[in-house]
Design a protein around this ligand. Structure first.
Ligand SMILES: Nc1ncnc2c1ncn2[C@@H]1O[C@H](COP(=O)(O)OP(=O)(O)OP(=O)(O)O)[C@@H](O)[C@H]1O
Ligand SMILES: [Mg+2]
Length: 597
């Protein structure tokens, strides 16, 4: 497919970048229909959060009463309470995780469906400017990122903030002075931890791009394996891969080193905090009445605090990352689709097509490609476009199917500007065989019947016969049910073309566009296909593009195009008689043929 060609990466950056808040609200609108599940998840998160504090609180009765002699409590009360607590915690944790995942999964599926819909309606010019890989990675990776960040943010916001509040309250309950001391040391540690994790994140972002480079190089080598082999590109590809591979290795190592160094560092910092608190507790203990149990409970709460505190300090960056991914998804969703404002319906009868001073320039190309071309195709006529490679023939044909929007002039169908018809009704009346045939990884029959809902096997066979394809299809292992492979790799170039022609013939519609449709066929097959086509073209309005002039001699009119302009037009005889460009082209092919064969 032509879209996989590597092109510039300007992508959807033309659309205005929305602010974070808007993106966030838009994302929420995808999750809001499931608010009941969100509420349930939140309640469970609160329960989950409270258990941390409850666990720390349990330390006091355990130590002060449970182990000491003379306790009036049965020895199984506290252990049982611990079990109950953890069971409660487990259930709450499960429900909240499950519900969050459910909502997140729905949001992902909905975003993906919307994106895929957009892909089906993006203008062709958009595909010229982005790589297929980029569009795919938005669909898979970015959407996943958005949803992960959003559910992570909600979880942290609810669960961890409540955990922090509960634990701090417990600590303050035991000793407000120690709590105060902790609050002085804590933020300092927080800053250091924040720094370490930021660095960690930067490296991991680099790793993502390094991974992308790796895939890109590998993809090119795999897709172009024939060229690599024949042109002896192995050494070049190998050295290219080695560079990205090595880079990837270094970055991975750096990530591991940061992580391995950061954990003991954080632990050491925590130990400092502990030491400070213990020192104060020692002082306090001599003068105040902090029991052993209360002190251990306090310490437990303090240790339990670090994890949620770290998560909370990361919250902003999680949200920012989600918003960045969300923006990239939404900006694509906001890219305008193909303009389709026409309301007229084009019926099945075509009384003529006329190009009126048509002008066109590709947005990525410097100059105009079609510079004021005018011609008519009468009902049921066949008009052939010939001309040098790059003269604009394919472009003119694609303008008729409105794959691109022209910049000036107009094309009329039945006397009405093309743009006044709805896209669907316009395209429903045309069949198109492009220069690059695209087959889908499906059976031969499904490829021929592509886009048609109800057509019988007989009709498919009939179309294949007209395209001179029936013979080779019958010889395949499963006949019409043979799979053609990814873009038809299991077929020869000429076989692919004949399937594409059969597809165009089966779609019984009044306008036919054939762009080098038989260029890959040998002379005999071409003549057979040509016979089939000639029969069918009789009642269709046809535009044929061909380099091999022998195939278009019978056209009602031949247009000679050069650099986006019409040089001459007439029948084969007229043009030969006038001894102009066409005659020259014809002479060249005619004199070349004996030598070529
Ligand atoms: N998608 C595109 N974006 C930018 N420029 C393009 C694009 N497609 C074609 N062009 C340019 O437009 C010009 C006309 O291309 P077009 O495909 O219409 O030529 P053609 O007459 O069909 O040639 P050929 O006989 O080789 O098929 C060429 O110079 C080409 O480089
Ligand atoms: Mg072309």
């Amino acid at each position: 497919m032509s879209k996989s060609n590597s092109k510039g990466r300007s992508g959807a950056s033309q659309t205005e970048v929305p602010t974070g808040g808007i993106t966030y609200r838009r994302l929420l609108s995808y999750a809001m229909p499931h608010w009941r599940r969100l509420v349930l998840a939140s309640v469970c998160m609160v329960c989950f959060a409270v258990t941390d504090a409850a666990f720390a609180a349990l330390m006091q009765p355990l130590l002060d009463g449970g182990f000491g002699a003379g306790s009036d409590r049965a020895p199984w009360v506290v252990p049982l309470a611990v079990l109950a607590l953890f069971m409660f915690r487990g259930v709450a944790g499960f429900i909240s995780a499950y519900q969050m995942e459910w909502v997140g999964g729905r949001v992902i599926a909905k975003l993906r469906a919307a994106l895929f819909d957009k892909y089906l309606s993006l203008p062709t010019s958009h595909y010229d400017q982005t790589t297929g890989g980029e569009l795919i990675s938005r669909l898979t990776y970015n959407v996943q990122m958005v949803s992960n960040a959003a559910s992570r943010a909600i979880t942290v916001l609810i669960r961890d903030s409540i955990t922090v509040i509960a634990l701090l309250s417990l600590m303050a309950y035991h000793s407000w002075r120690l709590t105060l001391a902790f609050m002085l040391v804590g933020p300092l540690i927080g800053v250091v931890i924040g720094y370490v994790s930021r660095r960690f994140r930067r490296i991991s972002r680099n790793i993502q791009t390094a991974m992308g480079d790796l895939t890109h190089v590998a993809e090119e080598a795999i897709e172009g394996q024939r060229e690599v082999k024949v042109f002896g590109g192995q050494a070049h590809e190998r050295s290219r891969f080695e560079i990205v591979n090595e880079h990837n290795f270094r970055l991975n190592l750096k990530e591991t080193a940061t992580r391995a160094a950061s954990t003991p560092l954080i632990h050491f910092l925590v130990a400092i905090a502990l030491a400070v608190i213990m020192y104060y507790a020692g002082l306090e203990g001599t003068q105040s009445h902090l029991s052993v149990g209360a002190f251990v409970s306090f310490l437990t709460a303090m240790l339990l605090l670090f994890q949620p505190l770290k998560a909370l300090s990361d919250l902003n960056s999680v949200i920012q990352r989600g918003i960045a991914a969300g923006e990239s998804v939404f900006s694509l969703l906001d890219t305008p689709s193909e303009p389709d404002v026409g309301t007229r319906e084009l019926g099945g009868v075509i009384s003529g097509i006329s190009y009126r001073d048509v002008r066109f320039k590709y947005s990525s190309a410097p100059g105009p490609v079609v510079k004021g071309v005018s011609f008519d195709i009468g009902a049921g006529e066949t008009v052939a476009l010939v001309g040098r490679s790059g003269s604009g023939k394919t472009t003119l044909a694609q303008l008729l199917a409105r794959l691109y929007e022209m910049d000036g002039g107009e094309i009329q169908v039945n006397g009405v500007d093309l743009r006044e018809y709805s896209l669907e009704s316009l395209r429903a009346q045309m069949a198109y065989v492009g220069q690059q045939v695209t087959l889908f990884n499906d059976t031969v029959a499904a490829n021929i019947a592509y886009g048609l809902e109800d057509c019988s096997h007989e009709e498919i066979v009939e179309a294949a016969k007209a395209a001179n394809a029936d013979e080779f299809i019958s010889q395949m292992s499963d006949g019409y049910n043979t799979w053609v492979g990814d873009n038809g790799v299991l077929l020869s170039g000429g076989q692919r073309q004949r399937i594409a022609i059969a597809r165009a013939l089966l779609k019984q519609c009044p306008i036919l566009i054939l762009d080098e449709a038989t260029s890959a066929l040998d002379a005999e097959s071409e003549r057979l296909v040509q016979d089939g086509l000639t029969n069918l073209m009789r009642n269709r309005t046809t535009m044929v593009i061909a380099h091999r002039l022998s195939t278009i001699e019978n056209a009602n009119r031949i247009l000679v195009l050069d650099q986006g302009q019409l040089l001459e037009s007439g029948t084969h005889r007229e043009l030969l008689a006038s001894d102009g460009h066409y005659a020259k082209l014809h002479g060249l092919q005619f004199s070349e043929r004996p030598a070529g064969k």
